[in-house]
Write a protein that binds this ligand. Structure first.
Ligand code: PBG
Length: 333
């Protein structure tokens, strides 16, 4: 697109910025409560439902507290919440069997939410790390993260979540071939309307630090996730991953982290035009909230500006720990 414009003074770009009304009319992008997915941490470990030190303002919730969060989402108009479990370390094993237990905490929470507020969409995390004695997203043998064996486990986990009533499955594991395997299994099981939001371009990022505290994975993790998560230096590879996951049956795709990777969002949206999401991850939340609490930035203003940046970059929606605060801030306008 080549904008045509007369030379100054016929063109004065400040004209459309001169009043709030004109600025509103000329605004290109909009942020709505309908663009938000709210990630929530759920636990049944006694005493663990406390604020997370590295994520001030975010607490782990009990099952009942998570149902209350879903009810709050419904009241605020937030379309979806995303569940992440903090698992009792005693339940973590190398085989990760709790991941596909139909009565694990996440699956019980899904059923409880669906019984109370069925209109709120529930997104899940499909990855083994909350249940894995060594903290990895996949099964580990002799220090190697196994791809194909992990896919078998992920399919069982995905089916259990779909059976419990999950609306959107979020494979965050970065194994090759898992989207196709899950989609085939969902179709075979009659779960034809369960959506897959693939964490297609997920980078091996230090911005996940506070999340690993929140789900209790920081201590468990042996080594790093660089053999499956992406190299932050790469961009073309993200397009190959997104193309692959869409071709395997993903309905929606995600770029993660968010704000440091908005160039990737723009490339993905332009290349495929698919429903595109990004995750404003725990470290991004912590930076904004930490600076706000120190009095260094205006927290609400920076929060809203950061989310508008996701929209401008091409995101259809954003996973953000700020979701309920954004909803309230937008409603107050
Ligand atoms: C793991 C998972 C991670 C996040 C979501 N799912 C962390 C990781 O890959 O180690 C990060 C979310 C955040 O930082 O807010 N399956």
């Amino acid at each position: 697109m080549t904008p045509i414009q007369a030379p100054f003074p016929a063109t004065r770009l400040r004209r459309l910025r001169a009043s709030a009304a004109l600025r509103d009319l000329a605004q290109e992008n909009h942020l709505s409560v309908k663009d938000l997915i709210w990630p929530v941490f759920v636990t049944d470990v006694p005493g663990a439902d406390v604020e997370i030190a590295s994520m001030p303002g975010v607490a782990r919730r009990t099952l009942a507290g998570t149902v209350a969060a879903a009810e709050e989402a419904a009241r605020l108009g937030i379309p979806a919440i995303c569940l992440f479990p903090y698992t009792d370390p005693a339940l973590k094993t190398e085989a990760c069997e709790v991941a596909w237990d139909e009565n694990n905490l996440v699956n019980r929470t899904i059923r409880a939410i669906k019984a109370r507020v069925p209109e709120v969409a529930i997104m899940t995390d499909v990855a083994l790390d909350p249940y894995n004695a060594n903290g990895h997203d996949g099964l580990v043998r002799d220090g190697i993260i196994l791809n194909d064996e992990t896919n078998v486990a992920l399919v069982k986990m995905a089916l259990a979540q779909a059976d419990a009533g999950a609306d959107i499955l979020g494979p965050s594991d970065m194994m090759d071939g898992r989207i196709g395997a899950m989609r085939a299994a969902l179709e075979a099981a009659g779960h034809t309307n369960v959506a897959i939001l693939s964490y297609a371009a997920k980078y091996a990022s230090a911005f996940y630090g506070p999340f690993r505290d929140a789900v209790g994975a920081s201590g468990a993790l042996k080594g790093d996730k660089k053999t499956y998560q992406m190299n932050p230096a790469n961009s073309d590879e993200a397009l190959r991953l997104v193309a692959r996951d869409l071709a395997e049956g993903a309905d929606m795709v995600m770029v993660k982290p968010g704000m440091p990777y908005l160039d990737i969002v723009r490339r993905v949206k332009d290349a495929f035009g698919a429903p595109t999401y990004a995750y404003q991850v725990s470290g991004e939340y912590a930076m904004i909230e930490g600076a706000a609490r120190a009095g260094w930035v205006n927290g609400d203003a920076v929060m809203l500006e950061s989310l508008m940046a996701f929209r401008r970059a091409g995101c259809d929606g954003v996973l953000s720990y700020f979701a309920p605060r954004v909803a309230r801030a937008l409603a107050a306008r």
